[in-house]
Design a protein around this ligand. Sequence first.
Ligand code: FE2
Ligand code: FE2
Length: 284
Amino acid sequence: MADRIAPHARAEASRSFAGQRWSLADIPWCAIRHDAAAQSEAFFYLVASASLMESATDLYTQNLIEFFAGDDEVTSWLEDYWLPEELQHGKALRRYVETVWPQFDWEPAYLQFVEEFRPYCDMALEVARSLEMASRCVVETGTASYYTTLSRASPEPVLSLLARRIVEDEVRHYKHFYRFFRRYRETEAPSRAAVVPALWRRLKMSGGDDSFIVLKHVYRSRYPGSAFDAAVYRDVRRQCRNLVGDHFPHEMSVRMLLKPLALGPRVQRAALPVAIALARRLVP
Ligand SMILES: [Fe+2]
Ligand SMILES: [Fe+2]
């Protein structure tokens, strides 16, 4: 199968960073089954949206690093591990998109997306570091769940493999943020009544403005001149839900979301089935 990656992207991919666990060279791009990948437009939307979103991680990283200024363990991990890994997700997904859907002009779509998305990146952080760490746990839960769904649902083996590599990173990110959350919980002692709204605020953001904006730019680049409004957005989301909804890891997501609440074993046992049932109804 022809390998369509541009030479400059190949050079990008060969750059390594500290502690790198995998690189683009580990993905068997030539084994992509184009017939399987191209059978559903919804897969295109899911992979292309993720490629734009991951590639834009550096837009809001500086905010986060400044918020944790003075905590060298956190800031150096964010700079040296977390950011390079998120950007690698973007590069790998971009390469997948450009290989399978070469007619999609990635770069202009990305630039237009960034122009609209940038103002949203001056995001309101939580009032306390412990709460921001809890909020970051929600983000990593969301990405771990997204790629788990993608890896399970994909009819194309290389996309499944790539999504699994990304899941491993996202789960590891979650563990780091959770560890940092526990450390700040020792000193800040946030009440459960403060942690719950922090988790909820972040949870409400998923599927909000970010997802509308990214999908808009993917759609417009795919169908130049076409309007993208709330009705089109709902329709594309419905296509994606129909395709992958059965594969969403409800139990894993709920367990990861509840963890920062530090519920006792009895409460956890009682809450878990209710929360999982609720998650099955709500997402996706
Ligand atoms: Fe990521
Ligand atoms: Fe992550």
